[in-house]
Write a protein that binds this ligand. Structure first.
Ligand SMILES: *Cc1c(COP(=O)(O)O)cnc(C)c1O
Length: 403
């Protein structure tokens, strides 16, 4: 059992799917002296951020940077492009999709929610079918989550684009990529996304408090006629001031210092390598879960999230109690469960500044904690992950080549 000590030893295992661990290099950048946000030094910093973030969204259009969490960027995506009473088509992939829909209702939109069982990502064929039925083109936007963080399902955005085009429908495509950006392949321009919503505290490795809207020309045109109220989030003021390297109001200067370094680190590793690392860690986690004999909440193997895995506990085992025990005993935090599945699963985040060793440690803790909690599991989950990771790194072949 845990000792009665008030000092946790070593590093906390922050295995929630965001906020993620901030690398020391980013942390140091954030602690730089405060500069004048209307001065020449700031304009250079802003330019680096505004240019750099485009390479992450893979867009040549502007990306708007907000001093707000992801929820703010959700709101700005809707209010900057739509008008009161507009119909929007949304997909109930899980808790975050449900929250975005609730927001749409609150700000005066009329969301139509395609419900699902929370165990799959968005189904492009359902979108195509609904859009084909919309003969009068009343639906003004389709809103989907690239990665549903509450369940661990990744939706193929290129297929959603194809579905909209197949129905020859003019609706805007808005995508929440908050928990996939800079962890999974994302292509704002190539996939024809009109507004991409990003956040800083997940793959970008920054603290919470900054978020993004990447926009298309079509979204910028919609902005000109949109009538929902917006002020703090208004794109036009932002874009005008950004052109000369400034913001309409004081931005989070320290977060921008961190953003430059976060982007730099991603490119040093190489985005393709970043994505491959996340895919590898996701697969290792799923192999551990399978070896324990536990179930993944996400039933669709084609849509497994590379950043988070939701692990179901057997009937009669409370996932919240399990998380509390793991935190108290091993100083590890997991993500919680939501909706109809509240208390039935926990989520392992495996994203951002995390390597194979950290993951193996986290899975080792998980195997111990599951046993302490009396959850009936088979041993060998960690071994399954280790075996997979070894193979993924070249296994015996690499060693032989070195000899
Ligand atoms: C984290 C997250 C949000 C919410 O962002 P906040 O920064 O908490 O406001 C929205 N959508 C997804 C998919 C997320 O993972």
């Amino acid at each position: 059992m845990a000792q009665n000590s008030s000092r946790p030893v070593g590093r906390h295992f922050l295995q929630i799917p965001g906020p993620t661990t901030v690398p020391d290099r980013v942390q140091r950048a954030i602690s730089a002296p405060i500069i004048d946000h209307r001065g020449p030094e700031f304009a250079k910093l802003a330019k680096k951020c505004l240019d750099g973030i485009k390479t992450i969204f893979k867009t040549t259009n502007p990306v708007i940077i907000y001093t707000a969490t992801g929820t703010g960027a959700w709101e700005s995506a809707l209010t900057n492009t739509l008008s009161p009473g507009d119909k929007v088509l949304m997909l109930e992939t899980g808790q975050f999709a449900t929250l975005w829909k609730k927001m749409a209702e609150r700000i005066g939109l009329v969301p139509e929610f395609i419900s699902t069982d929370w165990r799959h990502g968005a189904d492009p064929s359902l979108i195509e079918k609904r859009l084909r039925e919309d003969k009068n083109k009343e639906i003004k936007a389709v809103c989907v989550l690239h990665n549903e963080t509450s369940t661990g399902a990744l939706t193929p955005i290129a297929d959603i684009r194809k579905a909209i085009d197949a129905a020859s429908h003019p609706a805007l495509l808005m995508v929440d990529t908050i928990s996939s950006l800079a962890s999974a392949d994302y292509r704002h321009d190539e996939w024809g996304v009109d507004v991409s919503v990003g956040g800083a505290q997940k793959g970008l490795m920054l603290p919470p408090g900054m978020s993004f809207n990447a926009v298309s020309d079509k979204a910028l045109a919609a902005n000109k006629t949109s009538k929902l109220p917006k002020s703090f989030f208004a794109w036009d003021d932002m874009l005008n001031m950004n052109k000369v390297g400034f913001f309409p109001y004081t931005p989070a200067t320290q977060m921008l210092q961190g953003l430059v370094v976060g982007i730099e680190m991603l490119h040093e590793e190489g985005l393709e390598n970043v994505f491959a690392r996340h895919a590898r860690l996701g697969e290792a986690t799923r192999r551990a879960v399978a070896a324990w004999g536990l179930e993944n909440l996400n039933k669709n193997a084609d849509q497994y999230s590379p950043t988070i895995t939701a692990v179901m506990l057997p009937e009669g085992h409370d996932a919240d109690k399990f998380r509390a025990l793991a935190l108290e005993t091993f100083n590890i935090s997991y993500g919680a469960s939501f909706g109809a599945y509240a208390g039935k699963y926990f989520r392992i985040g495996h994203l951002a500044d995390i390597n194979d060793g950290t993951l193996v440690g986290a899975l080792g803790i998980t195997e111990m904690a599951l046993q302490l909690a009396g959850v009936p599991i088979k041993k060998g989950g960690v071994q399954a992950a280790v075996d997979y990771l070894t193979t993924a790194h070249g296994g015996g072949a690499k060693k032989a080549a070195a000899e």
